[in-house]
Design a protein around this ligand. Structure first.
Ligand SMILES: Nc1ncnc2c1ncn2[C@@H]1O[C@H](COP(=O)(O)OP(=O)(O)O)[C@@H](O)[C@H]1O
Ligand SMILES: [Mg+2]
Length: 346
């Protein structure tokens, strides 16, 4: 498997894993999640939902670290930020479709386009969902070298983070066999169809925890397979208390379903202070000699008051202290509501 060292030379898969594991231990962190991802990747896994182009945990590693070639680009796929569906080919021949959303220039943090919040949503779902039940597609920060970017945009493109020669943005696994639902919430069906209820309830729980406030059609997709009617949150940029929200649609930041899953709530009871704190640093990248940002082991939170921390050739993303406190508060209120009987569970 062809990885590149920061100087551009190839590294073997084993070598980079050892390097990053060593770095993670030395830094006292989990090294951009790689150590954990690698452990999870090598563990036996239950099957993933077929809508994913590969197992969600494998995708964490593949999309963040591996070299790729762009072999297909499709625009006009909907939304307002000009996202593209991009087909990536990896050195082992595997082809993976992803959504590419270039980040805002300067600090990679816009009101509606903010990779840090997309990653936070992905991480928070793991608190209570097994990969097979994930509702947020695997999302990672990636910086596409300028000399490869012509495949995505014919315009003369500039780097969007100072001190780099690449375009920073987010890759999210592109889901197949999904559609915009005609009706997302059918209350009668919720009461009579446990599979339907499970997926909708877990989606609602995630949307509540992250304070999702852009519930427009297209941001929430469902499986075309109606017997296994999964629900997916594919655009989580307006969340965690954004200063602008979508007032014109039904939002899912409140619990709208009749009941939540007991199993999910019980898992949330186990969430510890350090897991909340870990949301402060969700990705960290440094430019190599070629100017391309690549993941590095996490360092200390450089600024808990700002979620996007930028220096020349360096980017650290996470949630702010206030955003994390709000999640803690929502978590606490929810568990209290379950314990008092105000919030039904099944
Ligand atoms: N991971 C995905 N898998 C499949 N389709 C997706 C995915 N992400 C987005 N889409 C489709 O692309 C559209 C635009 O993506 P979105 O992230 O909502 O961009 P915007 O920020 O411009 O609204 C969505 O409305 C949805 O139809
Ligand atoms: Mg959208």
């Amino acid at each position: 498997m062809a990885f590149r060292s920061t100087s551009g030379g190839p590294l073997s898969h084993g070598a980079i894993v050892r390097l990053l594991l060593a770095g993670a231990v030395a830094a006292g962190s989990l090294g951009a999640g790689l150590a954990r991802a690698e452990t999870e990747r090598s563990a036996p896994k239950a099957a993933h939902a077929h809508q994913w182009p590969a197992h969600p945990i494998d995708l964490e590693l593949l999309l963040a670290y591996h070299d790729f070639e762009i072999v297909g680009v499709k625009g006009g796929v909907g939304g307002v930020m000009g996202v593209k569906r991009v087909e990536l080919r990896f050195p082992d021949g595997q082809e993976i479709p992803v959504k590419w959303k270039a980040a805002p220039a300067g600090d990679a943090d816009g009101w509606n386009n903010t990779p840090r919040k997309e990653i936070a949503a992905y991480v928070i779902q793991k608190w209570f969902l097994d990969p097979v039940d994930f509702v947020v597609p695997t999302t990672v920060v990636r910086c596409i070298p300028l000399d490869q970017y012509g495949a995505i945009s014919s315009r003369k493109t500039k780097a969007n983070i100072a001190g780099t020669s690449c375009v920073t943005g987010a890759f999210s696994a592109w889901l197949s066999d999904v559609k915009v639902p005609e009706m997302l919430h059918d209350e009668e069906r919720f009461a009579s169809d446990p599979i339907y209820a499970q997926h909708l309830a877990d989606f609602n729980l995630l949307a509540y925890l992250i304070k999702h406030e852009d519930g427009r059609g297209g941001n929430i997709l469902v499986a075309t397979d109606d017997d296994q009617r999964r629900v997916f949150a594919v655009d989580n940029g307006v969340a965690f208390g954004s200063w602008v929200k979508n007032y014109w649609v039904r939002n899912w930041n409140k619990v709208r379903v009749a009941a939540l899953r007991k199993q999910s709530i019980d898992r949330l009871r186990q969430i510890k202070e350090n897991q909340l704190e870990a949301l402060g640093v969700l990705s960290e990248h440094r430019a190599g000699e070629d100017g391309v940002l690549r993941p590095v082991p996490f360092s200390a939170n450089a600024d808990p008051d700002h979620g996007s921390r930028v220096a020349e050739g360096w980017l650290q993303l996470g949630l702010t202290e206030d955003e994390i406190e709000d999640i803690e508060e929502r978590l606490k209120e929810l568990i209290e509501a379950v314990d008092s009987g105000d919030q039904p569970v099944f």
